[in-house]
Design a protein around this ligand. Sequence first.
Ligand SMILES: N[C@@H](CCC(=O)NCCCC(=O)O)C(=O)O
Length: 252
Amino acid sequence: MSKPIIAVPADTRFFQNTTWHAAQQQYIGAALDVAGAMSFIIPALGDAQDIDAMLDRVDGVMITGSRSNVSPALYGKTPEERDGPFDPGRDATTLPMIRRAIERGLPLLCICRGIQELNVALGGTLVSEVQELDGRIDHRQPPEGDRDALFVIRQPVHIGEGSCLAGILGAGEVQVNSLHRQAISDVAPGLAVEAIAPDGTVEAVSVIDAKNFAVGVQWHPEYWARTDDTSRKLFEAFGEAVRASQAARTAP
Ligand SMILES: N[C@@H](CCC(=O)NCCCC(=O)O)C(=O)O
């Protein structure tokens, strides 16, 4: 049997004087090497595409990180320039895809911007510039260094007893990386908080009563998925769910 396939919604990017739909190597490479899943990169074309027709052909969904932010208009706020940069095409693709993946019981892994999209897709809200809130630490990427330095593992998060993540990583403290300035504010109905940072920032959620693996993390497990135990175990668990989904989809 060939490797299972996951849908990976693209970012909208503009370079060489034209628009591209792109996904970063670090996500699709970790999916292939550690989760054992191939990726279909999904253009950020929103409802111009038949999302169900696409989901009929995959065994899971991975929502990646991105420097762009979810538009505040999608959670009842007025967008301001400082809330950007925005990617409306991506928002218009990921939010309905997240909802349909959950309804259909497709394994779903949401990373960084992805956990924020998951929360908004299910009716929650976000806060911008979380580091400006009283009592919060700075969750943004380190100010300088090469990409390994930006994604360095440096922050503790506490995984709750009895959570979905506890079943994968064990309950208690793990170390993760952190590259975000938005964060979950009001947790969406239907989501359970799975992990928090020492300052109370939500670091992971899962879908309550999900039909399948359905987890969002604020950190970046893809970056060190081959060498860091916490990162690797999460991608391996996603891979197991995706292979089971493939077996069910292709059963005679
Ligand atoms: N834009 C959101 C989500 C942050 C995120 O996904 N960061 C990863 C981008 C890092 C990179 O690819 O360079 C936020 O800032 O909260």
